[in-house]
Design a protein around this ligand. Structure first.
Ligand code: IPE
Ligand code: IPE
Ligand code: MG
Length: 248
């Protein structure tokens, strides 16, 4: 722990102490369930409630961008019934909460490859993005069927094709134009990446974008995440000194 903050301590942050963009790797659903003698799918169900708590916190603290890792391109390797449960829960979540997003001015965007997704999943993505496209509050980015290596390769291929066509000069490829070729185009880099469940790795999440992100890890399993966890995250972030290679 970066701080001795008790989980229930009420604290106030100045705006410059708050991250503009938080990335969250919601991990530990399966272990949460297994430790309770339940099926892993119960952990995913409980994880949806934790996600609702996270979004409510982001709104309460006026966080501008929240990017959540909901399903990685590698998660298809899981047993089909688990994959189907996760997809079903996502669809149900979007269907039941979209009205709340609109009411709270939350704009949803799905980051990831659309290749190979079935029509009902594609419809869910389109509905979520279309129905919230006018919203100007929290930007909720859902990394779904997301893998950062594929994202980087897709960007490299798109840029290479433009050079090959003569539409782009090699010397015009710079960090900014590369950034704009990623799924996350128009989003600032995450200030902080937060992961639950004790694992300390990125698992193919935002590899380019996290170059200067702060990393905060918690031992808690994702379904146990609550407002106190969020306050603890903000407190840890507020204590970090970001230097970006300079002397601070
Ligand atoms: C995170 O929890 C949810 C997804 C990856 C979809 P896990 O299902 O990875 O839970 P653990 O890591 O097995 O406990
Ligand atoms: C990362 O968690 C993906 C999501 C949280 C959606 P995993 O549980 O899939 O990652 P690994 O396999 O432990 O690295
Ligand atoms: Mg996991």
């Amino acid at each position: 722990m970066d701080s001795a903050l008790a989980k229930s301590t009420p604290i106030e942050f100045t705006p410059d102490q708050l991250p503009a963009h938080i990335g969250v790797i919601m991990d530990g659903n399966g272990r949460w369930a297994e430790e309770r003698g339940k099926h892993r799918t119960e952990g995913h169900r409980a994880g949806v409630d934790a996600l609702r708590r996270l979004i409510a916190c982001a709104i309460e603290f006026d966080i501008k961008y929240l990017t959540i890792f909901s399903f990685s391109s590698e998660n298809w390797r899981r047993p089909p019934d688990e994959v189907n449960t996760i997809l079903g829960l996502m669809k149900k979540f979007v269907a039941s909460d979209i009205g709340t997003f609109v009411k709270n001015n939350v704009r949803v965007r799905i980051l990831g490859s659309r290749d190979g997704l079935n029509s009902s999943v594609l419809k869910m993505i389109k509905d979520a993005e279309d129905r919230t496209q006018h919203c100007t509050g929290l930007r909720l980015n859902v990394a779904f069927n997301y893998g950062s290596r594929t994202e980087l390769l897709d960007a490299a291929k798109a840029i290479a094709a433009r050079v090959a066509n003569g539409d782009l000069d090699l010397n015009d490829i710079d960090e900014n134009m590369f950034t704009q070729s990623l799924y996350t185009a128009d989003l600032p880099d995450p200030d902080v990446i937060f992961r639950t469940s004790g694992e300390q790795r990125l698992s193919n999440f935002l590899l380019w974008q996290a170059a200067y992100s702060e990393f905060i890890f918690s031992e808690e399993y994702w379904p146990d995440f609550d407002r106190a966890s969020f306050l603890s995250l903000l407190d840890s972030y507020a204590g970090r000194k970001r230097r970006f290679g300079s002397v601070g």
